[in-house]
Structure formats: structure tokens, C-alpha cells
Design a protein around this ligand. Structure first.
Ligand code: UDX
Length: 430
């Protein structure tokens, strides 16, 4: 089986490289010629540990290739993964225009049996629309199957997640399609869930929404732990050892971000509304997340008073470490609030950068940590890059104007920071 991956964004490129690594011949197709040229040269246009090496390995062995020629690509491959973006409409619902475009192309161009698998995160029921779009676009009748095979890749850990998944979900009404997908993943050892397309689509949304709920629950609880003098990190440990709860995703902080959680939770809420159901819990999950950075900011105001003209150092822009992705990053939300309070904001991130946007023109983007911290009245740690945990804090203290640390990720040792002479405030941890 030859695999075509349509859409060489983050998910598509990772999927293509991983299937090449699993031994399949893979072609990546995109309408963006610049992106395709770059990939052909073995260059990733996003940061993801380990992926560029594999890209080059498989380009050199001709195990994979990239193209903008959709006719050739669709006709020469029998398995097609759809990995195009599903951006949000203004109301938070998913916009399926790229899925529609791609499926219509497949319908028009196909010249024989095709298995069309949706990997993009799509609302429940999309598979039925995919079938209808392909059928409506077909110039000549050719057999095809469709399936849903959602991705669960974490940015920064995509390779690890793709090669060692917790589970593979296959949503299909066709035995032929299910068998083909099982064959594609035959060298991967993990449980495989075979279900209906709708259930597969829901499993993806339900998983992300549940993880987001865990985080917002801990974040809100952390706000209560603060006045009670309780350490949320110890609470998380005490809770997480119960296997029904689990230790992961209990880390309180300034909120979740990224391209998935915020978008998927909103899309699920909107899908519910369309069905006249209110997802009250998830609506509050969003509310807590959108206000979490303001809680930490209020702590800074309590300590420093008016923030206007105070030098504030921000360490970390990315929504999490090991990625350059700043989409929906809580660090950006915090910076926007600081701009409106007229603070002097200096930012540093080892990989990510602010968009060249007039909105951020007052922000000083620093080449190193020292420049950001020098003379600062307060420091906000917003992304838990490991390099920040290795900082010589005693040395940094001497460089700051006032030694105030607001740890938005609860990664520093509060006791140690206090011993050095800092005012330290974490999120439910101080
Ligand atoms: C997520 C899902 O984990 C993945 O399965 C899905 O397919 C895509 O969305 P990703 O967006 O890459 O992956 O990031 P993830 O590691 O899940 O973290 C999301 C956000 O939650 C980050 O901003 C992170 O800092 C935050 N987070 C995570 C917390 O605030 N606390 C935690 O305990 C865990």
C-alpha cells in the first residue's frame, strides 16, 4: 500500500514521517509550494524534537516524497490520510472547508479504489459528510471506503507518541478499510479500538476535553489552596496515586494552550449547542482557563501595586516546552494583560518568538535571559523549559531590581527561592 498524506501541517508531516519510519512509501501533498519545497530539502518549518533527522533519512532512502501535484498524488496512492486544518469559526465551531475541498478533489480525481482516512480532528458526523462529498464529486463511479483514525500526538513529543501510542482508534463501517488500517499499523504494539466513525470522532474530542477539564479543575483548586496555605503539588500527588485519577495532567499553572485543547473544547461545546445540549462543565473549563493568568497577575499587583512602567520579565512564550508554538499560549494572554496595564515587558523564549505584529510593538524581545531579567521588578515564568530550571537564581537575584518571582508553572523550588531572598509566588504553591 502506498500512502498519500494530504496537508503537510504539523499533524500531516508527522504522520507522513512516522508511516515512512514504519516502512511504508509515503507522499506528502500540499497546496503550499513553499512548504513543499522546504520539506523536499529536508527542512521542517516547525520545531519538533527528532523529526527533522527522520525526514532526511527517509528522503534520502526515497521512502518518502513531497508534491503539489494533486492529480498524480491521488491517482498513484491507494490509501489517503486527510490531515488538513480544521480552523474555528467565530462561534468556536469547526470550519470544514478544507476537508470539503480535499474530499471533492479526491472524488473528482480518483481512478480506482481508494481508502480515505480522516486524521484531522473533526466534529462527530463528519465521516458521513466525507462520503457524500466524495460521491457528489465523482465524475465516474469508483469504489472507496472511508475511516476515521484520530491522532493523539502531543507537540514536542509527537515522535514518541506516534511510535508508541497508548491506543489506535479506527472508526469505520467497512471490514476492508479496518483490515487495511490494521495492516498499516501492524508493527505498532498497542490496543486497537475498532468502532463506528462517529464514536471515533467523539473519542478524540472527549479525550482532549477531559484532559482540559483535569487541568482547569486543578487550576481552580490551586486558587483555593493559596489562601488556605495548602500546596497544590502535594495535593496532586496525593490524588494522582489513586489509579482511578492518575498522576498526569494534574499540574496547576497559568492554564492550557496550544492548537488542540482550546479549539477542541470550543468545538464540542458548539456541537452540543447545535444539538440543544449545554455542556456546563466544559463551559466552566474554558472560563477557568481564560482567567487563570489573571489570578497570577492579581498576585503581582498585590505585591508590586500599579504595574505601569514596572519592568516585567517573561520567561517562555511557547504554550509548553519543546515547541515553538505560541497558539493560545497563556504566556501571550498574560503579555496582552500586561500591555493593557502599561508595564514594560521583556520576553525571552529559547525557541518561540512573538509574531511581527503591531499589537506587540511595545514588547522587547530579548536574545538571552539576562537581558530580560536585568533590572526587572518581577519575573513571570510561563513555560517550563528545562533551561529555566537550571538558572543560577542567586546570580539572577543580583541582576533584578526587585526579586519577585511569579512561577506560572510551579516548577521552581519555593523553599530554595525564599532562602535566596526572593518573594516567590506559584499557583497554589508558595
Ligand atoms: C494535546 C493532547 O495531549 C494530544 O493528545 C492531542 O492530540 C493534541 O492536543 P498538545 O496540545 O501538544 O497535545 O499538548 P499537551 O501536552 O496535551 O498540553 C496542552 C496544554 O496543557 C499545555 O499548555 C500544557 O502546558 C498544559 N498542561 C498540561 C497543564 O497546564 N497542566 C498539565 O498537568 C498538563
Amino acid at each position: 500500500m502506498n500512502i498519500l498524506v494530504i496537508g503537510t501541517g504539523y499533524v500531516g508531516t508527522t504522520t507522513a514521517i512516522v508511516f515512512a519510519e514504519l516502512g511504508w512509501h509515503v507522499t506528502g501533498l500540499d497546496t503550499d509550494a513553499q512548504k513543499i519545497d522546504q520539506l523536499k530539502q529536508g527542512k521542517l518549518y516547525f520545531y519538533e524534537p527528532g523529526l527533522e533527522e527522520l525526514l532526511n533519512k527517509h528522503l534520502q532512502s526515497h521512502q518518502m516524497g513531497f508534491t503539489t501535484d494533486k492529480v498524480k498524488a491521488i491517482q498513484e496512492n491507494d490509501v489517503i490520510f486527510i490531515c488538513v486544518g480544521t480552523p474555528s469559526h467565530a462561534d468556536g465551531s469547526a470550519d470544514l472547508k478544507y476537508i470539503k475541498q480535499v474530499t471533492e478533489d479526491i472524488g473528482q480525481i480518483m481512478n480506482g479504489y481508494k481508502l480515505v482516512i480522516t486524521k484531522s480532528t473533526v466534529p462527530v458526523g463528519t465521516q458521513e459528510q466525507v462520503v457524500a462529498w466524495i460521491q457528489a464529486a465523482q465524475l465516474k463511479s469508483h469504489p472507496f471506503d472511508t475511516a476515521s483514525n484520530p491522532e493523539f500526538l502531543r507537540e514536542g513529543k509527537a515522535l514518541q507518541d506516534a511510535m508508541n501510542p497508548d491506543r489506535i482508534v479506527i472508526g469505520s463501517n467497512s471490514d476492508r478499510a479496518t483490515n487495511m488500517i490494521q495492516t498499516l499499523y501492524q508493527s505498532v504494539k498497542c490496543p486497537i479500538i475498532v468502532t463506528t466513525p462517529k464514536t471515533a470522532e467523539m473519542i478524540k474530542y472527549a479525550s482532549n476535553a477531559f484532559l482540559a477539564t483535569k487541568i482547569s479543575y486543578m487550576n481552580e483548586l490551586a486558587r483555593l489552596c493559596d489562601p488556605l496555605g495548602v500546596n497544590i503539588k502535594e495535593v496532586a500527588e496525593g490524588m494522582g496515586l489513586d489509579p482511578r485519577i492518575g498522576l498526569s495532567f494534574l499540574q496547576a499553572g497559568i492554564g492550557y494552550g496550544g492548537s488542540c485543547f482550546p479549539k477542541d473544547v470550543s468545538a464540542l461545546i458548539q456541537a452540543a449547542k447545535t444539538n440543544h445540549i449545554e455542556l456546563h462543565v466544559l463551559e466552566k473549563v474554558v472560563y477557568v482557563n481564560q482567567t487563570q493568568h489573571l489570578w497570577l497577575l492579581s498576585k503581582a499587583r498585590e505585591r508590586l501595586g500599579d504595574l505601569a512602567n514596572k519592568k516585567i520579565a517573561i520567561l517562555g512564550l511557547a504554550f509548553k516546552p519543546d515547541t515553538d508554538d505560541i497558539r493560545e499560549s497563556p504566556s501571550i494572554r498574560l503579555i496582552e494583560s500586561l500591555i493593557s496595564e502599561k508595564a514594560d515587558v521583556y520576553v525571552y523564549d529559547p525557541v518561540a518568538s512573538l509574531p511581527a505584529n503591531s499589537h506587540f510593538k511595545s514588547i522587547k524581545c530579548c536574545k538571552d535571559m539576562d537581558e530580560a531579567i536585568d533590572g526587572a521588578d518581577a519575573l513571570f515564568l510561563c513555560t517550563e523549559w528545562s533551561v529555566f530550571e537550571r538558572i543560577d537564581w542567586a546570580e539572577m537575584k543580583a541582576a533584578m531590581n526587585q526579586p519577585n518571582i511569579f512561577d506560572g508553572r510551579n516548577v521552581l523550588d519555593a523553599g530554595k527561592m525564599k532562602d535566596i531572598g526572593y518573594f516567590y509566588q506559584g499557583v497554589g504553591y508558595s
